[in-house]
Design a protein around this ligand. Sequence first.
Ligand code: CMP
Length: 140
Amino acid sequence: ALERTLSIIKPDAVAKNVIGEIYSRFEKAGLKVVASKMKHLSKDEAEGFYAVHRERPFFAALVDFMSSGPVMIQALEGEGAVLKHRDLMGATNPKDAAPGTIRADFADSIDANAVHGSDSLENAAIEIAYFFPATDVYSR
Ligand code: CMP
């Protein structure tokens, strides 16, 4: 089915100057950028986005890292977009990421892991709405 997912290129990958390289992988896989913006998240914005992880031991480090520099945020649309995007990213920990995935190629650690992607269709809708009003998503 045609789906949308939320993708974030994290501060480490923005600093490495690989936004275009990562967008190219999305496009070659049939994922279309339907909304996009660069933003330096405040701590509050990062905390709100990752609220589901509030009780996890890595939460403070995650919020610090995600607000440490600008990120590139996009909504991607395509057939089976949620899983397709997760396949392109590879495993959360780059040590476990398959060769040729974004995290295998660009991530340095489980914290500085280059990209974020929604883990379900349900969360994708919540995450897209967190950053983009419906009028800023351009389908077709
Ligand atoms: P992300 O997909 O952005 O979702 C939450 C982030 O927390 C995850 O990528 C990792 O960068 C980070 N993180 C740090 N430690 C862990 C861990 N043990 N398990 C899952 N995510 C972690």
